[in-house]
Write a protein that binds this ligand. Structure first.
Ligand code: NAD
Length: 341
């Protein structure tokens, strides 16, 4: 069966989700929707995605620019088996009645409150929790990053507690309007919301977080300290992550020394839009002292959540009951290397 997928909101996340869905052999993009007739509409039409607009006014704007419109948003939702909502923060919740009216299952993104959906999702950590659900939220880029590396530690070694500091990029690269341009801004409501957000997926993980925003657009960087329940070496932990999907180990000594080098690596790998879907962990920045594990990881905010959306579709529509198989299938189609067996 080919699942018909519609994507509402065609920005940073939506355009990547559309391409990831189109790359799967069990899914098809039946439409994408967006409000304004930007240059991205032309590239989407060139890829063969039917384009829908939100209002009649939007449709007129598109037509003025000679952009072909397949219809209005409710028609796109009707045409789909499932909708992936990729609209800006809080707009997803406003769209909820639209999806309910059409009776279509929906995936929301991490900018929405957890309450918008029946479950929050990370494929490796809780694939089965989305099974057959009508509304699921793929957690944010930072929460996805923390779940990817913490879940295998939690499952295999046990975790006493986690403390993580998130050094966050200011805005996405194309967002020319916001800053900071020359400041470091601490998140003053401490601990930050990221810890509770991780617990929407790994429910009993004792984790506290703090965050600062820095003048960079490329990636987030996390500094993480974990107290483990077992005695292990850094080598054991690295071997565990090597067997974990969507985690990539790099060496600073081999000159992947910063987030800009990670982005350059993504370009060298020939990744579309220079995306780095994996969470990147520095081998030589990982150490164990007693039962304390310390590590750094880089999170490509524009793309790490994208394969998670594909897996959420399979779990919600009950088309693959084994999460690991879904992850392997998604990753193969997207060119993400398989973990070591
Ligand atoms: P974006 O602003 O880049 O894209 C949003 C898109 O939705 C735009 O195409 C916009 O035209 C369209 N849109 C706006 N209002 C709409 C409406 N009412 N109906 C339909 N389309 C509408 O946003 P984004 O960065 O892609 O974020 C989308 C969601 O993903 C948010 O929940 C965000 O928190 C989450 N998220 C973002 C990132 C990131 O770093 N960009 C990472 C992970 C998760």
């Amino acid at each position: 069966m080919t699942v018909k997928v519609a994507i509402n909101g065609y920005g940073t996340i939506g355009k990547r989700v559309a391409d990831a869905v189109a790359a799967q052999d069990d899914m098809r993009v039946v439409g994408v929707a967006k409000r304004r007739p930007t240059y991205e509409v032309r590239t989407a039409l060139a890829k063969g995605y039917p384009f829908y607009t939100v209002t009649e006014e939007n449709r007129a704007d598109f037509k003025k620019r000679g952009l072909e419109v397949a219809g209005l948003l409710p028609e796109m939702i009707e045409a789909a088996d499932i909708v992936v909502d990729c609209t800006p923060e809080d707009v997803g919740a406003e769209n909820k009645p639209l999806y309910a009216k059409a009776g279509r299952p929906v995936i929301y993104q991490g900018g929405e409150e957890a309450e918008v959906a029946e479950a929050s999702f990370n494929a490796a950590a809780n694939y089965s929790e989305a099974w057959g659900k009508r509304a699921v939220r793929v957690v944010s880029c930072n929460t996805t990053g923390l779940c990817r590396t913490l879940f295998p530690l939690y499952r295999e070694l046990g975790i006493e507690d986690v403390f993580a500091v998130m050094v966050r990029r200011a805005v996405d690269p194309q967002d020319a309007k916001k800053g900071p341009v020359n400041a470091i801004t601490p998140a003053l409501k401490v601990p930050t919301h990221h810890g509770p957000d991780v617990r929407t997926v790994i429910h009993d993980l004792p984790i506290q977080t703090m965050a600062v925003v820095v003048p960079s657009t490329l990636m987030h960087l996390h500094a993480v300290a974990v107290r483990l329940k077992k005695d292990v070496t850094a080598k054991d932990v690295l071997a565990l992550w090597e067997r974990t999907p969507r985690v990539r180990l790099v060496d600073g000594g081999e000159e992947v020394k910063s987030t800009s080098h990670v982005m350059e690596l993504a370009r060298e790998l020939g990744r579309p839009r220079s995306d780095m879907y994996e969470i990147v962990v520095w081998r030589d920045g990982t150490s164990v002292s007693g039962r304390r594990l310390y590590y750094y990881q880089a999170v490509h905010q524009e793309s790490d959540v994208v394969p998670e959306n594909v897996d959420a579709i399979r779990s919600m529509l009950k088309s693959e009951d084994d999460g690991r198989k879904s992850i392997a299938r998604t990753d193969k189609a997207m060119g993400i290397p398989a973990p070591r067996a």
